[in-house]
Design a binder for this molecule. Structure first.
Ligand SMILES: [Zn+2]
Length: 251
């Protein structure tokens, strides 16, 4: 039990720090309503902002997620997960997807999941609700054209998720996804060893790991996966999509 509580504290530290630091008191005060759990289904162990950051489970499951692609590194990320018999989730940008439509098809054919990360990566704090809805619809259309699939997951750019817009996106039928392990692989100082170490030190059953397969080459990210995935598999972890994690998790 103490392990679980410690994990949850770690898991909440990132989204709470981001929420409090970036969008201020509004999130802390207005975002406390828990996400209701339907009987017999997994209960997302969401942070107070209504965003799914991890799931409660005793199974060694972890969902790796990749933002801001597709891009030059996407195919290699897909291959890394094939090599360990797992799946990942890609929160794609419509703008990038238009550049690389073949990669969307490759993600889908591999059984990996595609989520929506807006069209242009404009932060939600700079968008009206109507503009955000338009960004989401435009990206969905690109994904549908390339794969025939409609994303059911959404992640806000920059993790800026104003409570009113979270509700709006949920009302559009999306599960809003955050993350609980953030190795900051996008920073210029990121190294493969450092990113892998962060993931290995912070992962826990039900965690959602935030990484990036775009928009450019992702050497530290790819190097980190080559180190971390075999080690996690040796620890007994299975790599699942976010939707699989939501189905497997339990209260
Ligand atoms: Zn992003």
């Amino acid at each position: 039990m103490s392990f679980r509580r410690a994990s949850m504290r770690r898991a909440l530290a990132l989204p709470l720090a981001l929420a409090l630091g970036v969008v201020g008191v509004a999130v802390a005060v207005e975002g406390r309503a828990p996400v209701p759990a339907a009987a017999g289904t997994a209960r997302p162990a969401s942070a107070p902002d209504g965003v799914v950051h991890f799931v409660r489970t005793d199974e060694r499951l972890v969902a790796f997620t990749f933002d801001d692609g597709p891009g030059p590194a996407t195919a290699a990320v897909v291959d890394r997960f094939r090599a360990v018999g797992g799946r990942a989730t890609f929160f794609v940008l419509g703008l990038q997807a238009e550049r690389y439509p073949g990669l969307l098809a490759r993600i889908a054919e591999a059984g990996d999941e595609i989520g929506n990360h807006t069209y242009s990566h404009t932060w939600a704090s700079r968008l009206s609700a109507a503009q955000l809805a338009s960004e989401i619809a435009r990206t969905d259309e690109v994904v549908r054209r390339a794969t025939g699939l409609s994303p059911r997951l959404f992640r806000f750019p920059g993790f800026i998720s104003p409570p009113g817009l979270v509700k709006r996106v949920q009302a559009m039928g999306y599960t809003v996804v955050g993350g609980s392990v953030d190795p900051r692989d996008w920073t210029r100082a990121a190294t493969a060893a450092g990113v892998a170490r962060h993931v290995l030190d912070h992962v826990f059953p039900g965690a959602i790991v935030v990484m990036h397969d775009g928009p450019d080459a992702r050497e530290a990210t790819l190097g980190a996966l080559a180190i971390a995935l075999p080690e996690l598999r040796a620890r007994g972890y299975r790599f699942v999509t976010v939707s699989e994690l939501l189905r497997e998790g339990s209260p």
